[in-house]
Design a protein around this ligand. Structure first.
Ligand SMILES: Cc1cc2nc3c(=O)[nH]c(=O)nc-3n(C[C@H](O)[C@H](O)[C@H](O)COP(=O)(O)OP(=O)(O)OC[C@H]3O[C@@H](n4cnc5c(N)ncnc54)[C@H](O)[C@@H]3O)c2cc1C
Ligand code: SF4
Ligand code: SF4
Ligand code: SF4
Length: 581
């Protein structure tokens, strides 16, 4: 190491208000850090991420000629970008910054053991300082972005997203599997909130999208091949009727493929009588002055609803969640029908009218004398179909009494579940799914619309059960993300990726199959072929480096040397013994 490269490390220990300092002795940790090799400055501060904390880093870099910075604070997921920006402003390469997590990894999980927590904080800071001494500058690279978005799914979410993007001057290819746009909303006759039908809500969006010069609509079509990386994807779209294919260069993608309305076979007589229907099927019945029984076409006088059908079932994969739309949708349908029918009954486990205007709908239904009766969570209503008649029996929680009812039509408010063909889309775009079956965002709180495939966003009910207005919010949010990327013309890519040392590569192909992101290919022009990494596709996960039998892959910013130095620091051996054991 030359004199110019000698590390001069600054250490900044954050209190995070009371979050860290309430458990960890931050002053002792900062004091300890002063004695570590290469540390020329160490301090503690109330909030390192605040303006004053950031300024402190910039000032101390200048004052002490620091060339490495360690901040011991919260999770890097929260503030690594913030502090990388700060060190860049101070004139350092962003990769000469190291963050230690003293909040999620120490104070929050060891709240009742302050001494042990302080010891752990000291260990972690020692390790970070040792690693910081080995950090190297990496180039900040960027790639050009094709100014066109692929929107997959032409429901209310996809339509909103497509229009927002097109209205900002970017091209959109909008693909839908079905012959018509509009998704589920187009089918609903009674929509909460308000008094418009689904086609009245989504119709204007369809009209606007069809007339927009920047939106190319491909219905009856699906994406069959998808490759590339952020800003530079290529999508092959196939017409499902004539099988013709077209290719598009794409910069960003929004996946808005929606959900399936659960068919609750095995629940409450569904499938045993045509008069037991789902809420979706009721919604699709044409509006008539009198509601007609599906079995004999005679006018219905009494109707009952049951909530949470196929939702909120603990331990049943894909059915544990609340479907969120049904409480207000049932209240709306029941309230409308009460104007025409004699008796309307709703059996429920809980009422979740959390959204704007939902509680008002619930109150309206009750004020019209729709009967609400709560059944116990562990005792479902019993439904029998006898001679074509529906017989319901249940225990009312509040009256603590067994009750009975014979409706002409029984409506099951069944779950919104992940699409049955969601696997195809998951694989195509390198997405992941959560336990409920819907797509996983990059981070549930901090990055709810982006995914681990950079440049690919998810929106609407493909992500979780959402009502139409929540889906529209998502559509606009995802559109803003896509426009944000395309408006820059180019986008920075991470440099913390893998690199193949070609002299060591033995052409075994192991890394090609190991990489979960398809980032490695073999360069067949070489003899023998050598593995190479498409940098913009690499997520820096390290799978290939672990799998390579020839140790031919290094992880930039997490090199073996950097990792082993941390281990050595933890074991408290002098750093110069590394490699000699
Ligand atoms: C019974 C019921 C009643 C409801 N009532 C209301 C209500 O009154 N008010 C309200 O606000 N919300 C209501 N909702 C919720 C509402 O339906 C959803 O919020 C809305 O449909 C979500 O829109 P979306 O575009 O995300 O998904 P969807 O409506 O499911 O649209 C997805 C679109 O993607 C297309 N697609 C799917 N897979 C692919 C693929 N691989 N390639 C290309 N295209 C694909 C589909 O054909 C479809 O057009 C109700 C839901 C249910 C189940
Ligand atoms: S919205 Fe209401 S009916 Fe639907 S699953 Fe949730 S609690 Fe049950
Ligand atoms: S680090 Fe991960 S994403 Fe990058 S090439 Fe290796 S396996 Fe693929
Ligand atoms: S796993 Fe290692 S040796 Fe095998 S092809 Fe990949 S880089 Fe080369």
């Amino acid at each position: 190491m030359t004199e110019a490269e000698t590390p001069r490390i600054g250490v900044f220990i954050c209190h995070c208000g009371h979050n860290i300092a309430g458990v960890v002795d931050v002053v002792a940790v900062a004091k300890m850090a002063e004695s570590l090799p290469h540390v020329v400055f160490s301090t503690d501060d109330m909030f390192m991420c605040a303006d004053a904390g950031q300024q402190l880093i910039r000032d101390k870099v200048e004052e002490h000629g620091l060339n490495r910075v360690v901040v011991a604070s919260c999770s890097p997921r929260m503030h690594e970008p913030t502090f990388r920006g700060v060190v860049e402003e101070a004139g350092l390469n962003r990769y000469l910054f190291e963050q230690t997590n003293l909040r999620e990894h120490v104070s929050w999980c060891h709240m009742r053991e302050p001494e042990a927590a302080t010891e752990k904080a000291i260990d972690l800071v020692q390790m970070s300082v040792a690693r910081a001494a080995k950090l190297e500058s990496l180039p900040v690279k960027s790639v050009k972005v094709t100014p066109r978005t692929l929107v997959v799914g032409g429901g209310i979410t996809g339509l909103r997203a497509a229009l927002d993007i097109a209205n900002r001057g970017f091209d959109v290819v909008l693909v839908d599997k079905e012959p018509k746009l509009g998704g589920h909303v187009a089918k609903w006759t009674h929509m909460f909130t308000g008094d418009r039908s689904g086609s009245e809500v989504v119709g204007p969006l369809i009209k606007e999208a069809k007339a927009h010069s920047r939106i190319e609509i491909l219905t009856n079509s699906s994406v069959v091949e998808f490759d590339g990386y952020i800003g530079n994807f290529e999508a092959t779209i196939e017409n499902r009727k004539d099988k013709s294919r077209s290719k598009f260069d794409i910069g960003t993608v929004i996946v808005a493929i929606g959900f399936d309305a659960f068919k609750p076979y095995g629940y409450y007589g569904y499938g045993e009588s045509p008069d037991v229907v789902t809420l979706a099927e009721l919604q699709e019945m044409p509006p008539r002055d009198r509601l007609l029984k599906p079995s004999d076409g005679k006018p219905a006088g009494k109707i009952a609803f049951i909530g949470c059908v196929g939702s909120r079932e603990p331990g049943k994969k894909g059915h544990e969640h609340c479907s969120r739309h049904c409480c207000p949708a049932v209240a709306k349908a029941a309230s409308d029908l009460k104007d025409r029918l004699d008796e309307v009954l709703i059996l429920y486990k809980s009422i979740r009218t959390y959204g704007r205007g939902h509680e008002e709908l619930h109150r309206l239904a009750r004020s019209k004398h729709v009967i609400y009766s709560r059944f116990p969570v562990d005792e479902d209503p019993v439904i029998e179909v006898v001679d074509g008649k529906i017989k319901m029996g249940w225990t009312d929680v509040y009256a603590d009494e067994k009750l009975q009812f014979e409706p002409d039509i029984l409506v099951l408010a069944s779950a919104m579940v992940a699409r049955s063909d969601i696997d195809e889309t998951t694989k195509l775009f390198g997405l992941t799914r959560s336990r409920d079956g819907f797509f996983n965002p990059e981070h549930i709180k901090l990055a709810p619309l982006t995914t681990h495939t950079a440049g690919v966003m998810i929106a609407g009910s493909a992500q979780a059960p959402k009502n139409a207005s929540e889906s529209v919010v998502d559509g606009s949010g995802a559109a803003a993300k896509a426009v944000g990327i395309m408006a820059q013309g180019e986008v920075e890519i991470e440099s913390t990726i893998s690199r193949v040392i070609s002299e060591l590569c033995s052409s075994c192909h192991t890394c090609v199959t190991a990489c979960p992101y398809g980032a490695i290919e073999m360069d067949e022009s070489k003899d023998p072929p050598i593995a190479f990494v498409t940098e913009a596709k690499c997520h820096g996960c390290g799978t290939c480096a672990a799998a390579c039998p020839s140790s031919a892959i290094i992880m930039l910013h997490s090199t073996d040397d950097q990792i082993m130095t941390m281990v050595q620091a933890y074991l408290c051996a002098p750093p110069d013994t590394i490699g000699s054991t």
